[in-house]
Design a protein around this ligand. Structure first.
Ligand code: HDE
Length: 730
């Protein structure tokens, strides 16, 4: 196996996990082809035959090896989160957490820990679209000096169910229906909403799932959450509760639903490509790690149960402290070896981090190792390079399929005298893991605490916290999803649940579905829901209460960071005769801000500019579409403008960008291209610096001003208010 050459002074080499992966990395550059036994291959074109037209010989070990390996290339995909994309990176600590935890990687300011991150959708198969309306996984493996710590989170802070026992049910309900395996990567079907309408505990999560959080613009622009309440334990053995957050430095942004559906067809790898290309270009995705810390004594001070995974702790009640930064700076060398074979487990913790009794968390502690055993084929999956810790492993576990480690000596038991008692146990002071000694004195029961019965107050809090455009998107999302449900009784049941969150929301969805708004009497009726066989429905009804907060700013994407266009993609529509100076100036203004401008021409090849310079088209109108860009610029140049104005694809490009609320800028002499669109028919023919056209339409005869206004407007992400009046068909 040829080792990949590493420059000893390179950044790659300073990452201990990269160094750890080197012996397992192969690079065939300049090498001869061999069999898996290392025998050089002379002919990789033909199998060995009895005569050139005769049968293949059994003896052909080269053919047999090649074909057998190929026949066995596939492994089972993950039961959930099958579709994912990974990246390597570094976590750097800003602020020591020593007061709260003895976890080594959280002790010293400036300390760096290598990480591998995998983002995913949940419901779809491995080859499904990135743009499904779905939860996103945000799983981080920290390779710490005390072993691996996995923070296996999602981009939503709550979950569908309160008890792990219901996980197979919710997953069966959302996956394609078992009789005909439809639909792929979509929750808009009967079985999902049948289940949800019978599970009031899902209501809060459903609000998140029907919000724009479910259709992120990019993995670089979404939050992450550990969801459960965990524990930090310090060297005095004191425990604090902790909730983990990831806050993207580019803010939290989404695409429009119509856009998502179109991207799914035109580039189902949209998020994967965005992550890959950003890292290749050096526009590294960055997220801050946030913690909400709650002293043990405050456990019961909230109007919800800290152990209930359908609840979040509003940031107004417990602020999020940002304690470090994650930077993703290297793409994997091989998708299968790294992104597919990485095995996360919520039970991979290090001293200083511990669990709580959240019944969802507890069940996950079983499921993750169990699933790797079947997916990765046996108990040695920790030896797969991407899964290995950067510290050595010593124990008495032995053998099993695909064992890599060669354990020396005759001793594989403890206690032993023949091996000098080795490997020996580590004292707490030596970093030995000890579980937090929480006192438990209880009956063995199959029950749920009544403190888990408030299913609507935080759903209301979430809805009330949304901006008007966000609320409108949620109404559309519910109407779309329930509109795809064929069983009318399920739609009706769901409307009753929505009415318990917000009557206005239920009424608008009911209108779109052509159903009656649930009456007050309907709303007051006990809910039909899942209960044990001997349970009485009245004992299981949700507690109806108002949220203690009216709204929480952190829950709305309208309040996210909007100060940068770093990593945004801007389309520049050009044709022969385009004003070269305008294009160059815009490209450099964008690149100064870390954004990427792409020239889109009617066809590939060279574009002759008005200044006789030749530009190279990055994309042609045939191969790209407005849905891949955050904004559009139309430069001037008489011939280019005349061509684009008459080109249906160029006009459609602009109309669609407008429909998806994107910022559009143009040189004043390109005004006629805008006037050729559906939205621009009434725009003035002449625009100067003093005559603004419309929000999000930037035309200005003062060039520096035009660029500045454009950049500021793009940093606002979208002009969602434009949706109030739908001028352009989708
Ligand atoms: Fe998972 N989950 N999960 N989950 N989960 C898996 O493990 C499971 C839950 C999450 O990129 C599986 O290796 C149960 C919450 C992510 O490889 C499986 C329950 C959260 C990933 C599993 C949950 C997650 C998984 C499938 C309820 C957010 C992808 C393949 C008790 C905090 C990790 C695998 C990756 C993957 C079980 C609920 C996040 C089957 C039983 C809540 C990000 O073990």
């Amino acid at each position: 196996m040829a080792k990949k050459k590493v420059n000893p002074s390179s950044k790659e080499n300073s990452n201990p996990k990269t160094v750890n992966l080197q012996p397992h990395t192969e690079d065939s550059t300049g090498q001869m082809m061999t069999t898996n036994q290392g025998v050089k291959i002379n002919d990789d074109q033909n199998s060995l035959k009895a005569g050139d037209r005769g049968p293949t010989l059994m003896e052909d070990f080269i053919f047999r090896e090649k074909m057998t390996h190929f026949d066995h290339e596939r492994i089972p995909e993950r039961i959930v989160h099958a579709r994912g994309s990974g990246a390597h990176g570094i976590f750097e600590l800003y602020e020591s957490m020593r007061r709260y935890t003895k976890a080594d990687f959280l002790q010293t300011t400036g300390q760096q820990t290598p990480v591998f991150v995998r983002f995913s959708t949940v419901a779809g198969s491995r080859g499904s679209t990135d743009l499904a309306r779905d939860v996103r996984g945000f799983a981080v493996k920290f390779y710490t000096q005390q072993g691996n710590f996995d923070l296996v989170g999602n981009n939503m802070p709550v979950f569908f169910i309160q008890d792990a026992h219901k996980f197979p049910d919710v997953v069966h309900a959302v996956k394609p229906e078992p009789h005909n395996e439809m639909p792929q990567a979509a929750s808009a079907h009967d079985t999902f909403w049948d289940f949800i309408a019978l599970m009031p505990e899902s209501t809060h999560m459903i609000m998140w799932l029907m919000s724009d959080r479910a259709i992120p613009r990019s993995y670089r622009m979404m939050e992450g959450f550990g969801v459960h309440t965990f524990r930090f334990v310090n060297d005095q053995n004191e425990s604090h509760f902790v909730k983990f957050h990831w806050k993207p430095l580019l803010g939290v942004h989404s695409v429009a639903w119509d856009e998502a559906q179109k991207i799914s067809g035109k580039d189902p790898d949209f998020h994967r490509r965005d992550l890959w290309e950003s890292i290749e270009k050096g526009i590294y995705p960055e997220y801050e790690l946030g913690v909400q810390i709650i002293p043990e004594k405050d456990e019961h001070n909230f109007d919800f149960d800290l152990l209930d995974p359908t609840k979040l702790i509003p940031e107004e009640l417990v602020p999020v402290q940002r304690i470090g930064k994650l930077t993703l700076n290297r793409n994997p060398d091989n998708f299968f070896a790294e992104t597919e074979q990485v095995a996360f487990h919520i039970g991979h913790v290090v001293p200083g981090i511990d669990f709580t009794n959240d019944p969802l968390l507890q069940g996950r502690l079983f499921s993750y190792t169990d699933t790797q055993l079947i997916r990765l084929g046996g108990p040695n999956f920790h030896e797969i390079p991407i899964n290995r810790p950067i510290v050595p492993i010593h124990n008495n576990q032995r053998d099993g399929f695909m064992r890599q480690q060669i354990n020396k000596g005759r001793v594989s038991y403890n206690p032993n005298s023949l091996g000098g008692g080795c490997p020996f146990q580590a004292k707490m002071t030596e970093g030995g893991f000890t579980s937090f000694s929480e006192k438990i004195d209880a009956h063995k029961v199959r029950q749920r605490s009544s403190s888990f019965f408030d299913h609507f107050s935080q759903a209301k809090l979430f809805y009330n916290s949304q901006s008007n455009p966000e609320k409108a998107h949620m109404i559309d999302a519910f109407s779309f999803e329930l509109g795809k449900v064929e069983t009318v009784a399920i739609r009706q049941r769901m409307l009753r649940i929505l009415a318990k969150v917000d009557k206005g929301l239920a009424a608008k969805v009911a209108w779109n579905l052509g159903l009656h708004v649930p009456s007050d009497k309907d709303i007051a009726e006990p809910l039909n829901q899942s209960i044990p066989a001997d349970g009485k429905p009245e004992d299981f009804q949700p507690v109806i209460k108002e949220p203690s907060l009216k709204a929480s700013a952190a829950l709305s994407m309208a309040n996210t960071l909007k100060d940068s266009i770093k990593g945004r993609k801007i389309a520049i529509l050009v044709a022969d005769g385009v004003d070269n100076a305008s294009v160059e100036s815009m490209l450099s203004a964008l690149s100064n801000e870390g954004a990427v401008g792409e020239l889109i021409a009617p066809r590939f090849g060279l574009v002759e500019s008005s200044g006789d310079a030749q530009l190279v088209a990055d994309k042609s109108l045939l191969t790209t579409a407005s849905v891949f860009y955050d904004a559009v610029f139309v430069p001037g140049g008489a011939n280019s403008v005349a061509f684009l104005e008459a080109d249906a694809d160029a006009v459609h490009f602009l109309d669609e960008a407008y429909r998806h609320c994107k910022v559009i800028a143009a040189d004043p002499d390109a005004m006629q291209v805008l006037r050729a669109t559906r939205f621009g028919r009434k725009f003035p023919e002449v625009v100067t610096a003093d005559t603004p056209v419309e929000a999000g339409i930037i035309v200005n005869s003062n060039r520096p001003q035009l660029e500045q206004e454009f950049i500021t407007a793009v940093s606002q992400h979208r002009v969602w208010e434009r949706e109030d009046e739908r001028k352009v068909p989708a």
